[in-house]
Design a protein around this ligand. Structure first.
Ligand SMILES: Cc1ncc(C[n+]2csc(CCOP(=O)(O)OP(=O)(O)O)c2C)c(N)n1
Ligand SMILES: [Mg+2]
Length: 323
């Protein structure tokens, strides 16, 4: 399957937009006006964009603590996201949630929940409801390699296979859970896609830093899901470029070797795709300039909007507490 030129530019644009937004969050974080923790997706943009470009507006996604890229790739409102990070009443969760609780029901961003693993059964439940209601929607659940160590991962896959739920499990394997490498947490013989297959969910390992591979393979799978209403799992190897939580680089802590960092820095999904597009004369310097200007404008108007917005009223504090 070939990707049209216009779609290639779109893939590049979406990744770059997410990267620039997160870079601006990182820059402004030290002004101490955003007071919620932030888990940036810098380095992992191809996963979010490659998958979400194949979803329809009313398809749903469920994500976790590292959710900015997923929310933006699915079409979540930028202004509402930045306002949420500033804790303002115009935020997508009314300023009560912060970075790890992004939601935009109009865009199909159904939930972001930072309890590791918790979104796997939540997304599975949404897919079950969709199936009962015959809504025809697909649900994609984004989670990390660490989340596959939670019991609910196994239970949800089992349930999804048994009930033939149209749910795509998207495991972003950046090899780390905070500072712990996967080899310190999982047996060498453990294999996420084999586990998935053994539970009856077809699965595929993908290069999470190749936007075209993620886009094309997930297109294939999502098209199949629309016809056969079955769950699938994709595991995408990728790299978290900054610290686990926060705007900075923590490479001075040496939990990832220099070789490891050098290896992955060469594999940046955005700069490699930009080179590819330029080499193949699909993107001119002028076009790139225009794209960057456009993104810059969106970002500055979102930050202005957030900064000018008001904090929520105190009476809202207890309004959404149910237990
Ligand atoms: C149940 C639970 N345990 C521990 C934590 C603390 N915690 C937050 S993120 C995280 C790492 C999760 O790793 P992974 O699922 O691979 O996602 P990544 O951060 O790499 O994107 C941990 C342990 C939590 N939020 N929830
Ligand atoms: Mg991880």
């Amino acid at each position: 399957m070939k990707i049209k030129k216009k779609n290639k530019i779109k893939l590049y644009y979406e990744m770059l937009r997410i990267r620039e937004i997160e870079k601006t969050i990182a820059e402004k974080y030290n002004e101490w006006e955003m007071r919620c923790p932030v888990h940036l997706s810098i380095g992992q943009e191809a996963v979010a964009v490659g998958v979400c470009q194949n979803l329809k507006k009313n398809d749903e996604i469920v994500t976790a603590h590292r959710c900015h890229a997923h929310y933006l790739a699915k079409g979540g409102s930028l202004k509402s996201m930045i306002s949420e990070l500033y804790g303002k009443e115009t935020g997508c969760a009314k300023g009560l949630g912060g970075s790890m609780h992004l939601i935009d029901l109009r865009a199909g961003v159904s939930a972001a929940v930072p309890i590791v693993g918790s979104t796997i059964p939540i997304g599975t439940g949404i897919a079950w409801a969709n199936k009962i209601k015959k809504s025809g929607k697909i649900v994609a659940i984004f989670f990390g390699d660490g989340a596959t160590e939670e019991g609910v991962f196994f239970e949800s896959l089992d349930f999804a296979a048994l009930h033939r739920l149209p749910v795509l499990f998207v495991c972003e394997n950046n090899e780390y859970s905070v500072y712990s490498h996967i080899s310190k947490r999982q047996s060498k013989k453990r294999n996420i896609t084999s586990i998935s297959e053994s539970l009856g969910v077809k699965s595929l390992k993908l290069n999470g830093n190749s936007i075209e591979e993620v886009f094309l393979k997930s297109k294939d799978i999502i098209n199949k899901m629309r016809k056969d209403s079955k769950p699938y799992l994709i595991e995408l190897k990728t790299f978290r470029a900054v610290e686990h939580c926060g705007p900075n680089n923590d490479d001075n802590l040496n939990y990832r070797t220099k070789n490891y960092l050098n290896y992955w820095e060469q594999k940046c999904p955005i700069s490699n795709y930009e080179k590819f597009l330029k080499r193949n004369k699909l993107l001119s310097n002028y076009q790139l300039l225009k794209i960057k200007e456009n993104i810059k404008k969106q970002i500055s108007s979102a930050f202005d909007f957030a900064k000018k917005s008001k904090f929520p009223k105190k009476k809202l504090l207890k309004k959404y507490i149910y237990a």
